[in-house]
Design a protein around this ligand. Structure first.
Ligand SMILES: [Zn+2]
Ligand SMILES: [Zn+2]
Length: 339
């Protein structure tokens, strides 16, 4: 016998309303809805509100814009650049392992008769290739095996979800349900992974948002000091938005500093935070970054190799890593060993 409580209709109505709300508005905890168009709409409205309010309230700023339009023009360019970078990031690809497999498959198919095949020089392709062929899979296995030092334990290489063999630094993303090359993290705000293909773009996006935050906060401070007449409710709105801007700035500056450090040392967020758990870091001295090739080359690899997303990185041998772990001498400092 079932008992129907008097609160049952209310509970059902509340559940229906909540369901309707979360279907229409983005929830960062739910990967089915958080990359929806509504999330992008919220970001767009937030940007326009934070910037537009100060122009709406501050008559002095509008007057200054009429007299010296170039300053406002540059500010608008920064604003549009930040928005453009956000939407570009949302559509960017972090570089998936399956795409790298297509590269290898294409190369092996096109150079099957060539004896001068260089397995490391991958170029971008877009056509679909058949992975089910035994030749493609064995080609990929050969390439991945060459990337690890001889004698490495291969039990960690396979992805249980994708059923593929992963090169070093690739990791499966549960949100994207794909293995990502040089996996950094999955950004819920952008609705995509950050990986080898878009890490540099992500750094520029953070920089543009940081500049926009600083400039907008300066306009807010200028408004509070101006002699234009202000209503009490305008003060409240400005204070609330200023707090949002301050929190955003703290977040963006922290991200900018952290990701600059990661780029300079050729690390990812995943490797930095889970260093003890990542299998290819086992046995490597704590202060050694195995994929770092010096500051200059690390910056170049991250920022200037857009066409080489699928150029896979080789895991250095233990001898090479032990050499890097040796303390710096005066000669090393003079010869810029770190660069
Ligand atoms: Zn996977
Ligand atoms: Zn992802």
């Amino acid at each position: 016998m079932t008992t129907v409580g008097c609160c049952s209709p209310l509970t059902e109505a509340r559940a229906t309303l909540a369901d309707a709300f979360f279907r229409r508005f983005p929830c960062l905890a739910n990967h089915d809805t958080r990359c929806s168009i509504y999330l992008k709409l919220v970001v767009l409205v937030l940007h326009i509100t934070l910037v537009g309010v100060v122009f709406l309230f501050d008559a002095d700023l509008v007057q200054q814009t009429k007299q010296h339009p170039w300053c406002t023009v540059i500010f608008v360019i920064v604003f549009l650049a930040a928005l453009f970078q956000y939407f570009a990031m949302c559509c960017s690809s972090p570089g998936y392992v399956v795409d790298a497999m297509r590269e290898v498959s294409k190369m092996y198919n096109s150079a099957a008769d060539s004896s001068t095949l260089d397995r490391r020089q991958f170029v971008s392709i877009t056509e679909d290739l058949n992975f089910s062929s035994t030749q493609s899979i064995s080609s990929w296995q050969k390439v991945v095996t060459d990337l690890y030092p001889p004698g490495s334990a291969s039990r960690h290489w396979a992805c249980d979800h994708c059923k593929i063999i992963r090169p070093p630094r690739a990791k499966h993303c549960n949100d994207c349900d794909k293995c990502v090359l040089q996996f950094d993290h999955h950004c819920a705000w952008l609705g995509t992974c950050i990986g080898k293909g878009n890490h540099c773009q992500f750094w520029w996006y953070i920089l543009s948002e940081t500049v926009l935050c600083v400039w907008t906060m300066a306009l807010y401070l200028s408004y509070t000091r101006s002699h234009a007449s202000k209503e009490w409710w305008q003060y409240i709105i400005i204070i609330v938005l200023f707090v949002i801007l301050s929190m955003s700035l703290i977040l963006f500056v922290a991200l900018l500093i952290f990701h600059t450090y990661l780029v300079l040392t050729n690390q990812t967020t995943y490797e930095f935070t889970r260093r003890r758990r990542v299998f290819y870091f086992r046995g490597i001295p704590a202060k050694v970054h195995p994929f770092s090739r010096g500051i200059c080359e690390n910056i170049f690899t991250t920022c200037c190799s857009m066409g080489a997303v699928y150029k896979l990185e080789t895991m250095p041998s233990i001898e090479e890593l032990e050499a890097r772990a040796t303390p710096y001498t005066c000669v090393d400092i003079v010869s810029c060993r770190c660069c």
